[in-house]
Design a protein. Structure first.
Length: 236
């Protein structure tokens, strides 16, 4: 079974250069969590609520009367009196939400992992807190892409910064980065997933999952649990 979120993540690197300062990449990946939830089980409570216009994707991540930082993706109950709007290429429509039922934050660690790991953990846990500020019962999802390639090149404008010359190679830092994510970030979320991959970010821009079957299974299990948790919360 294929999943749109994993396909989009792969497409962020395969055949194209990755620019880490593109702030929209996390949003584009995160939105597809809700597509995968929708398509996983045609009989799910989640899909039924989407089809009836009860819940929508909130592209702005803002709920009236609630002050909290938006995440990469959030979904919740449509504000009464408003109508869902189609979202091109998606099954889940968009609209303003009263609160958060499910929120997701996505981070990608491609290089210089240890240098930025404290900030990444702080951002992840801070966003999980903001989701639950909006709704104490919100289901929160953290996803972190972790590069384990033997080398990597990043770009700033026209300049290239290859590891080895500029900082450690990803493979040297990934184990410690994963340990710290597990120790400090995982506990902040209802569900937490690390996506190990290999990308060098040099032409022809190859991409490889470290273990695609394991990644698929871990992600599918999270989707299944989220559907069950969502149904239990809505039945209360």
């Amino acid at each position: 079974m294929s999943f749109k979120l994993l396909e989009r993540f792969e497409g962020t690197f395969r055949g194209v250069p990755y620019y880490h300062r593109n702030s929209q990449l996390g949003n584009r990946i995160a939105d597809l969590l809700f597509e995968d939830l929708y398509h996983l089980d045609p009989q799910s409570r989640f899909r039924n609520d989407v089809n009836k216009g009860r819940i929508v994707l909130n592209p702005k991540g803002v709920s009236p009367g609630l002050r909290a930082r938006r995440g990469d993706g959030s979904l919740g109950p449509l504000i009464p009196g408003r109508f869902p709007r189609p979202f091109e290429g998606h099954s889940v429509p968009v609209g303003p939400t009263a609160e958060v039922d499910i929120g997701i934050e996505v981070k990608i660690l491609a290089k210089a992992m240890i240098k930025q790991i404290d900030r990444v953990i702080s951002d992840l846990c801070g966003q999980a807190h903001h989701f639950t500020t909006k709704s104490p019962d919100a289901l929160t999802v953290g996803i972190v892409g972790l590069n384990v390639a033997s080398s990597y090149t990043s770009y700033e404008s026209e300049r290239a910064y290859p590891t080895g010359t500029y900082g450690p190679h990803p493979a040297a830092e990934a184990p410690e980065a994963e340990r710290r994510l597990r120790d400090s970030a995982e506990r902040c979320f209802s569900e937490f997933l690390i996506l190990p991959f290999k990308a060098t970010n040099v032409t022809p821009y190859p991409f490889e999952w470290v273990n695609l079957d394991r990644t698929n299974d871990a992600y599918a299990a999270i989707l299944s649990r989220l559907l069950r948790q969502y149904a239990r919360q809505e039945d209360r």
